[in-house]
Design a protein around this ligand. Structure first.
Ligand code: HPA
Length: 284
């Protein structure tokens, strides 16, 4: 795959500092923990392997504005695989431009990761979706009106979400979920993620529009990071936690605390899913 972009100087500086503080010169996989997923970071690491750094102490990271986003970077091993995780992403709606939004993708490339795992909270648009569902992103609609790229950087987005890694991730999450439920296999479904600029939630009319456009999930993140990561030559796998049904589906108002509560309620499950997914992606 062609590398059209190189990691920014700030990302290279952050990677050097991470290597120094963690004593790990290389990370195989990078992970961004979105809204509702931040609690996972404590249970993810092999015991005694985690080194956590406040994001504010590393070049290029800005302190996240949204509640539920911690602002830490952790180097650890997961089933022996060196992982760099970022808890607390910057969103486009913070108004700082795309630079800080895609900084974790640049840092992922700078620490040597081959794969970037993106997690997020999303509204579910499909009738067969329920709060708490995990859905693998198959493709996206970039409705933010923005790109993290400038200039003639013609990044290919066919198979932006690696089919190979998606298959490995589906198997891994399926077995973790099956173990957790002590029952039937629950291989996660796939869906198309529509990225909206936010920070307001959608109107019911916008949700009807998104359905018509082929969206299954709606959120305010992930897409800029995916675009940058593909330009940087990383493979991407992205998982949405359905934290609410999209606007107008239930007739109830949407509330950010509901989004966070859905994550907290499922945090042991999400940890199990990611503990299975990270090594599966690294070894796929
Ligand atoms: N819309 C947009 N972003 C979201 C939603 C939603 O319904 N749920 C979680 N993030």
């Amino acid at each position: 795959m062609a590398h059209l972009l190189s990691p920014t100087g700030e990302a290279r500086a952050a990677a050097a500092r991470i290597a120094e503080l963690s004593d790990r010169g290389h990370h195989d996989v990078a992970l961004v923990l979105g809204s509702g997923w931040s609690e996972v970071v404590t249970g993810l690491a092999d015991p005694g392997t985690a080194v956590t750094i406040p994001a504010a102490d590393l070049p290029g990271f800005v302190v996240p504005a949204a509640a539920g986003h911690r602002g830490t970077v952790t180097s650890c091993l997961v089933d022996g695989v060196p992982l760099l995780s970022v808890a607390g992403r910057t969103h486009l709606y913070e108004g700082r431009g795309t630079g800080p939004v895609v900084h974790p993708a640049h840092v992922a490339a700078a620490v040597g990761a081959r794969a970037l795992v993106l997690t997020n909270a999303a509204g579910g648009l499909r009738d067969d979706m329920s709060v708490g569902d995990l859905v693998l992103i198959r493709d996206h609609l970039n409705l933010t009106g923005r790109s993290p790229l400038t200039g003639p950087v013609f990044v290919d987005l066919v198979d932006a979400y690696s089919p190979r890694l998606r298959a490995a991730a589906a198997d891994a999450i399926g077995s973790a979920e099956t173990a957790a439920a002590e029952g039937t296999a629950t291989r996660p479904p796939e869906g198309v993620y529509a990225a909206m600029p936010g920070p307001q939630y959608e109107t019911p009319a916008e949700i009807r529009m998104l359905r018509t456009l082929g969206a299954d999930l709606v959120g305010m993140s992930t897409v800029p990071e995916t675009i940058a990561a593909r330009g940087l030559g990383l493979e991407v796998v992205a998982v949405s936690l359905v934290t609410n049904l999209a606007a107008g589906v239930t007739g109830q108002p949407l509330d950010h605390t509901e989004v966070l509560a859905a994550g907290a309620a499922g945090s042991a499950r999400l940890t199990g899913a990611l503990r299975a997914l990270v090594p599966a992606v690294a070894r796929a």
